[in-house]
Design a protein around this ligand. Structure first.
Ligand code: NAP
Length: 247
């Protein structure tokens, strides 16, 4: 029996990178997929690329917009009849030291990660708490939110905020068997990290016990575990997937 057979999953920011790998892992386990991304064409192309036909749709959604996120949850239930898994994955970086970071760079990162995850968690929980069986919400935080990284005061703050959001929401909706968990990836090979300077990459690799970058599929496996009944007694947890960095 597949882990997510007959269930419907929304993954934000899933036209590429970690989000797409999560969608692929879910699709392989029988889920219906809603690929949400700020670029609607890219979302539709990714849904097609999954190769599961009418089991996947692409939806344009800016996760920092309450109206877009509400419409996204509605699109999932309209098309597939339920919303069982919601992954808040969409992300951006606007790195700079505080001397150079503008208020706009701070606000943009908080809006996408923290406000976006809150909007997604709220919209998903509203559906899941009313349906038999509840559901699973997974917030993609970052190890940057655990330890704080130089040049990321905006991103570290947002990713730490997502941990508080995860735990508070888990307490609010646990009664309805809605589980809310977070994943903190370390250094993962995706378009987001492609442009990283070689010297910075080399320095970061030295901090990783397993001595290598992670693959998006390795985050997807952890998210699949949290999305499925394999983790039925886990809520409010933060799972580090870092190859042993900043333990
Ligand atoms: P990515 O390759 O840049 O993918 C992120 C996706 O989110 C892109 O398709 C992006 O679209 C989309 N997006 C951006 N703003 C959005 C918005 N407002 N609404 C909807 N979609 C939006 O990044 P990734 O590396 O896969 O990262 C995925 C998540 O993992 C992020 O939350 C990131 O912070 C987290 N993470 C990544 C790493 C890593 O090493 N890669 C480590 C820790 C945590 P555009 O490309 O058009 O902007």
């Amino acid at each position: 029996m597949s882990l997510l057979a007959g269930r419907t999953a929304v993954v934000t920011g899933s036209a590429q990178g970690i989000g797409y790998a999560i969608a692929e892992a879910f699709a392989a386990e029988g889920a219906n997929l809603v690929i949400a991304d700020i670029n609607g064409d890219a979302a539709e192309a990714a849904a097609l690329q999954l190769g599961i036909g009418s089991r996947a749709i692409g939806v344009a959604c800016d996760v920092s917009s309450g109206a877009d996120v509400a419409a996204l949850a509605q699109a999932a239930t309209d098309r597939f009849g339920s919303l069982d898994v919601f992954v808040n994955n969409a992300g951006i970086t606007r790195d700079a030291t505080m001397r150079k970071m503008t208020e706009d760079m701070f606000d943009q990162v908080i809006a996408v990660h923290l406000r976006g995850s809150w909007l997604g968690t709220r919209a998903a929980a509203a559906v899941m708490r009313e349906q038999p069986g509840g559901g699973s919400i997974v917030n993609i935080s970052s190890i940057s939110g655990k330890v704080g990284l130089m040049g990321q005061t905006n991103y570290s703050a947002a990713k730490a905020g997502m941990v508080g959001l995860t735990k508070a929401a888990a307490k609010e909706v646990g009664f309805a068997n809605v589980r809310v968990n977070a994943v903190q990836p370390g250094l993962i090979r995706t378009p987001m990290t492609e442009g990283m300077r070689e010297d910075i990459k080399e320095a970061r690799l030295k901090e990783i016990a397993l001595g290598r970058m992670g693959e998006a599929t390795e985050i997807a496996q952890a998210v699949l575990f949290l999305a499925s009944d394999m983790s039925s007694y886990i809520t409010g947890a933060v799972v580090e997937v870092t190859g042993g960095r900043h333990m």
